[in-house]
Design a protein around this ligand. Structure first.
Ligand code: NAD
Length: 363
């Protein structure tokens, strides 16, 4: 297969971690007989320095022409970098919002995995985390409360504010379809999270998810109220496979789920549109405090590259090979500084990438 990938190294540790993810992709491609063409584009601070804007039309056109985009991270030190003296629409983060909009990325995927080897980083009690967990939070990204009409006004001498939570059935259907498709590649269970005991938008959400579920008889669907879900995530996280939810609930639950894994350098993510196209990036930021020191953890970006193979190219065996290599390297005791624990062997960003690439095997 020929894979046409656009890379956005970005700022801070971005270029270091993307370089390692590319090395891992190259190794998997060589082993499984694929050919990859990469094109790097500028975004964020790196683009401001060269073009004066965080995202150019040319960069958007390049991204649109690719099969998928692999990104490091963008942004700098928000108190010291001159990028943050610019008006908001010219700052690095505007590039990210701009590309998400231009590519119509409406589905955000964040896996939360507790690796046995990193169990000590998990803030949950031993018996709760025993056996680990592996879930995927799927969040609607372009609708709901954050995009509905809002206003503030005075009435009877009191200040009022209104935000509107609005969804139409097409917006719910397209993300539900993605959720069921992704569950099919996993443990075949969808937990749809809403507040259907109170909200009309949630009742529509639940009805449409059930309609979509009828096309996926091999996938188990359950509904859960959002308050209960927030509780269950810390009580029994192993019960979840795919959590499917709207924008604001997903915003909150995905942060909760990632924090129970305990390690920011391990968290991958993807944003998808209604084709196979996706933008894949670590959940963390550009970590300007450790940039250029070869100490960043490249694993979140490497796992994002693995998600890219699985969800944009349907190369499940290749993605499994990368995920297996990450686990084996951790099992051998290799750690970057952020996940270091007593008795383990500390290594840097480059070496961690090399070790993972080296451990990729065909099963
Ligand atoms: P951050 O995630 O960059 O860093 C938080 C802490 O975690 C820091 O101490 C950092 O050193 C550490 N860390 C993060 N990733 C790491 C890794 N891979 N390995 C080891 N340690 C790691 O968050 P922040 O400091 O709040 O933000 C820094 C910049 O990143 C800001 O400009 C922010 O806007 C930007 N940001 C970008 C994205 C994105 O591009 N999607 C997301 C979040 C933040």
């Amino acid at each position: 297969m020929h894979l046409n990938i656009v890379c956005i190294p970005g700022d801070g540790i971005g270029p270091e971690i993307v370089t390692q993810a590319k090395a891992v992709l190259d190794r998997a491609a060589a082993l499984y007989g694929h050919e990859i063409t990469y094109k790097d584009i500028l975004m964020g601070g790196a683009s401001i320095d060269v073009h004066g804007v965080p995202l150019t039309q040319e960069a958007i056109a390049d991204a649109k022409a690719a099969d998928a985009v692999l990104m490091g991270s963008i942004g700098g030190d928000t108190t010291r970098s001159p990028w943050y003296k610019l008006p908001p629409e010219k700052r690095p983060e505007a590039g990210l919002l701009g590309i998400r909009k231009a590519l119509n990325l409406f589905a955000n995927l964040r896996p939360a995995i507790l690796y046995e080897e990193l169990a000590d980083a998990c803030p949950l009690r031993g018996e709760v985390r025993r056996g680990g967990f592996d879930m995927m939070i799927m969040r609607e990204l372009t609708g709901g409360l954050y995009f509905g009409e809002r206003k503030s006004y005075q009435e009877n001498g009191l200040r009022h504010a209104v935000d509107t939570l609005i969804y139409n059935e097409a917006e719910i259907r397209r993300i539900a379809v993605k959720g069921f498709e992704i569950a099919r590649k996993r443990k075949k269970k969808v937990t749809s999270v809403d507040k259907a005991n109170v909200l009309d938008s949630s009742r529509l959400w639940r009805a449409v998810v059930e309609e979509v579920a009828a096309d996926y008889p091999d996938v188990t669907l359950e509904h859960m109220l959002v308050d209960n879900c927030a509780m269950q995530l810390v009580k029994d996280p192993a019960q979840f496979d795919v959590i499917l939810t709207e924008n604001m609930f997903g915003d909150i639950l995905s942060d909760e789920a990632s924090m129970v894994t305990g390690s920011i350098g391990m968290l991958a993510s993807a944003s998808l549109n209604d084709t196979k196209f996706g933008l894949y990036e670590p959940s963390h930021g550009s970590a300007p405090d450790i940039a250029g020191q070869d100490i960043a953890n490249p694993i979140a970006t490497i796992l994002s590259a693995s998600m890219m193979l699985r969800y944009s190219f349907d190369l499940d065996a290749e993605a499994d090979a990368i995920d297996r290599a990450v686990k084996e390297v951790l099992k051998e005791g290799w750690r970057t500084a952020d996940i270091m624990s007593p008795g383990c062997r500390q290594t840097g960003c480059r070496e961690m990438g090399r070790l993972i690439a080296e451990h990729i095997t065909q099963k």
